[in-house]
Every structure is written in structure tokens, then in C-alpha cells.
Design a protein around this ligand. Structure first.
Ligand code: ARG
Length: 458
């Protein structure tokens, strides 16, 4: 059914109809659309804009449509222009004239603005749960690996020893911030646009506060033109989703490196990896690669929305319909990426021996050797120079700092004593780092209990 046509004398060109229609993708808004209509009609009834009987009839009709769509009894018919026309048309065909009153004091402009907000809000809540599951998986790995030593890297060069708990703790912070971002966006967007009409409000005595309350919004939006023209929250969310993907992509990159034949820090579970059609020995980290790959697509959605909106004059323009396909694609992908990544992490085995062996090579304890000299009264800059000489000596002999004899040490600086070996042991290097946020066991235990409290509270 077309919701308009009175002023037209010709039928819409077929291609124009297809080009204009959004039912192919906005059909997924049926729950939000019906929920919004139920609140609108409840308000129309309470304000005596329609009769109590009409209100009851419309509600019954809408609930029936919802049930029938959910059960599969009613197929969303793609001959309708959009989901709003579909639901309204179906309502009228079910209950007759009363159904024609549903759209009193409403425009599709404020209706779609509402549907989209409700959808985005539901999505934020679902994604938040998924992010929490990811944080729980990360936390589980942290808890089990306070003493799993590994090299920390800068420039992808071994830098100083850390632990797996500490390394994963960095990701915990990133995803925690992502959840905070979602909560910020949710709070800022949680205002109800319904009742703004096409752009200028309406002449009916609508109770916008009641509708806002019925739909769990903080309050009605404050300007009717802004209400139908605003998609800032879609942009904000796409930006937050891009950041989530950026985090996941960095994490994926590490998974891929750690899973490589050269590193062998981890072993991915068979259920979360794939093989090669030609090379029988292969077990590939496809999930991590796809997550990394899909990141570009999500960034693209953000850029697409920013560009679509940049030239639109107030208030509603059809360009705004373009928010849906990009947002649905990006948001579905992010949800799946978080979910799959969590599954992959939970089944990954960590090769602790290889990690520790790697931490022992590459002079990760050179800073600690310098700190040792500082402990013996040598200024840090001089200590740095002395250890530089030790490293050069070791490189020449192809040995590590631990493999030098005390005589060799003393030849470079007489300050060295036998206690140097304990001072540069990997365990010592980690155990002595207990500043807030550091990998040492005291600092780490503190941080773990903070993370645990956060997970319990949110
Ligand atoms: N399908 C439209 C959208 O997504 C619904 C609003 C249509 N409003 C209009 N005046 N044509 O934006």
C-alpha cells in the first residue's frame, strides 16, 4: 500500500519505486516500528485524540502483526515502500477504519527517527553484553598468567620482559574504554524524537513526555527540526565501532604474529582456524585476518555517513535513508567480530615455554643491568653506556648477558659482583616492577582485583 498518492495522477515508474523503496533493508526495524506505534497510539488514546475503543483496537492489531511476523505467519511484503507503510497497511487491512487513525499527529520523518534510535539503542545494549563477554575472556587469561613471562615489544623489537597477564591487561583497558564510549553515546542519544511531526511539530495536543516515558527515553528531544534531521548518534556510534575494530584489528595482528611459525607463542584451536586447499600442513588464522580485514569496511561506513550528511539542509531529506544500509552492515559485522574473536581467544592455547624462552633472548634485561649499576651508585646515563658495551660484547660473542662470566663483566666495569645474575634473571626483572600499572606481581594482583570489581559492577 502507498501512504500517499492523492495528488498524483500517474503511477510511480517501476524503477523509481525500486530505487526509492527501503523495505529491502528497513524491514529489520519492524519491532522498533511497532513498539513506537504502540506508544504513540497509547498517548493518542490518553489524550482523547482517538477513542479508547479505537486505541484498544489499534493496539490489538499491532500486537497481532508483531506476533505474526515473529512466528513467520506474516511475511514482510516487499511491495510496500518501507516498513512503516507495510505495518500501517497491514493494520488497516486487519482492523479497517480505526487503523487509518494510527498516523494522526505523526510523520514518517519522526517515525523513522524514532525507529532508528530505538534500533541503535537496542544494538548498543546487545553489543555491550558481547564486549563484556570479551572482557571476561581476556580477564580469565590474565588471571591464569601472572607468571607467564614473555617479551614486551616496542618497534616490534624485544624491549623488556612482561607477563601475558600484563599484555592482555592492555586490551582489557581498551575494551573497557569501548564500553564506556557506548554508554556515553547511549546517554546522549536517549531522547525521544516522536511528536516532532514532519519538521514543525503538530497541532494535536500530543503528550511527548508520556511517549518518551513509555519508550524508556530520558525526555523528548528539544527541537522538532533537529529531531528529524539528526543522525549524530549514528555517526558517534560508527566512530565508536571503528575504534572497537581498530582495537580488535591490533589484537588480531598480534594473534597472527604469535601464531606464526617463527613465534609459536600460541596455538589456535582447530575449531577456530582453517586449512589450505593445496598445502596440507596449513592451519591458518583466518578469523583474526577477517577481523583485521573487516575493519576497513567499518571505517568506510563512518566516512560514508559523514559524507552523506555533510550537505543536507534542514530538515529531513531522503538522503538520510542511506544511514541504514551502511549502519546495518557495519554494526552486524562488529557484533560478529567481537563474538568470534571472543570464541577464538577462549580456545587459544598459550605456549608458555616459547614465550619465556623468547623473553630471555634479545637483551630484554639490559635495562635491569643498568638499574643494577645505578643501585651500586653509578649515574644512570653512565650505567646505560656500560651496559651498551656489554651488549656489544655479547653480540660479538653471540651470547646473552646471563652467559657472561663475572670476569668478563668485571673487565667492562669492576662494579659488577656475583649478584648481577639474579638481578638480570627474567623473573627478577618482572617481579621488581611494581609501579601502578606495571607487570610485577604486586601491581598485577592489585589491577586484577580492580578489573574483577569493574566486571562485577558493570
Ligand atoms: N524510508 C525513509 C527513511 O529511511 C522513511 C522516511 C520517509 N520519509 C519521507 N518523507 N519520505 O528515511
Amino acid at each position: 500500500m502507498n501512504l500517499w498518492g492523492g495528488r498524483f495522477t500517474e503511477n510511480t515508474n517501476e524503477d523509481v519505486f525500486a530505487f526509492n523503496a527501503s523495505i529491502g533493508f528497513d524491514r529489520r526495524l519492524y519491532r522498533q516500528d511497532i513498539r513506537g506505534s504502540l506508544a504513540h497510539v497509547e498517548m493518542l488514546g490518553r489524550q482523547a485524540i482517538i477513542t479508547t475503543e479505537e486505541c484498544a483496537l489499534i493496539k490489538k492489531g499491532l500486537n497481532g502483526i508483531l506476533e505474526d511476523i515473529e512466528s513467520g505467519k506474516l511475511a514482510i511484503d516487499e511491495t510496500a515502500e518501507d516498513i512503516h507503510s507495510f505495518v500501517e497497511g497491514e493494520l488497516i487491512s486487519r482492523i479497517g477504519d480505526a487503523g487509518k487513525k494510527l498516523h494522526t499527529g505523526r510523520s514518517r520523518n519522526d517515525q523513522v527517527a524514532l525507529d532508528m534510535r530505538l534500533y541503535v539503542r537496542d544494538y548498543i545494549d546487545d553489543l555491550d553484553k558481547q564486549l563484556k563477554a570479551l572482557l571476561q575472556a581476556v580477564f580469565g587469561i590474565m588471571k591464569d598468567n601472572i607468571e607467564t613471562y614473555m617479551p614486551g615489544f616496542t618497534h616490534l623489537q624485544k624491549a623488556q620482559p612482561v607477563t601475558l597477564a600484563h599484555h592482555f591487561g592492555a586490551y582489557f583497558e581498551m575494551f573497557r574504554r569501548d564500553r564506556e564510549r557506548l554508554a556515553d553515546i547511549r546517554a546522549r542519544m536517549n531522547y525521544c524524537p516522536l511528536g516532532s511531526g514532519a519538521l514543525a511539530g503538530t497541532t494535536y495536543p500530543l503528550d511527548r513526555k508520556l511517549v518518551a516515558e513509555l519508550l524508556d527515553f530520558t525526555a523528548p528531544t528539544r527541537n522538532s527540526m533537529d529531531s528529524v534531521a539528526d543522525r549524530d548518534y549514528v555517526i558517534e556510534l560508527l566512530s565508536a565501532l571503528s575504534t572497537i575494530m581498530m582495537h580488535l584489528s591490533r589484537f588480531s595482528e598480534e594473534i597472527i604474529i604469535w601464531n606464526s611459525n617463527e613465534y609459536r607463542f600460541i596455538e589456535l584451536d582447530d575449531a577456530f582456524s582453517t586449512g589450505s586447499s593445496i598445502m596440507p600442513q596449513k592451519k591458518n588464522p583466518d578469523i583474526a585476518e577477517l577481523v583485521r580485514g573487516k575493519t576497513g569496511r567499518v571505517y568506510g561506513a563512518l566516512m560514508s555517513m559523514l559524507t552523506t550528511l555533510k550537505g543536507i539542509p534542514l530538515a529531513y531529506n531522503k538522503d538520510m535513508q542511506e544511514d541504514k544500509e551502511v549502519f546495518f552492515d557495519a554494526s552486524d559485522n562488529v557484533f560478529n567480530c567481537v563474538k568470534l574473536f571472543t570464541g577464538m581467544l577462549k580456545t587459544t592455547r598459550f605456549n608458555k615455554e616459547n614465550m619465556e624462552k623468547s623473553a630471555s633472548g634479545g637483551f630484554t634485561n639490559a635495562t635491569d643491568a643498568a638499574d643494577y649499576l645505578v643501585g651500586k651508585g653509578i649515574p644512570f646515563r653512565d650505567a646505560h653506556g656500560i651496559v651498551g658495551k656489554l651488549v656489544l660484547y655479547c653480540l660479538d660473542k653471540n651470547i646473552s648477558l646471563d652467559e657472561m662470566t663475572l670476569d668478563e663483566y668485571k673487565a667492562i666495569s669492576p662494579v659488577f659482583e656475583n649478584d648481577i645474575y639474579n638481578a638480570i634473571a627474567i623473573r627478577t626483572c618482572v617481579e621488581r616492577r611494581n609501579t601502578i600499572g606495571a607487570p610485577g606481581p604486586e601491581a598485577m594482583t592489585q589491577m586484577l582485583s580492580e578489573c574483577e570489581n569493574y566486571l562485577a559492577a558493570t
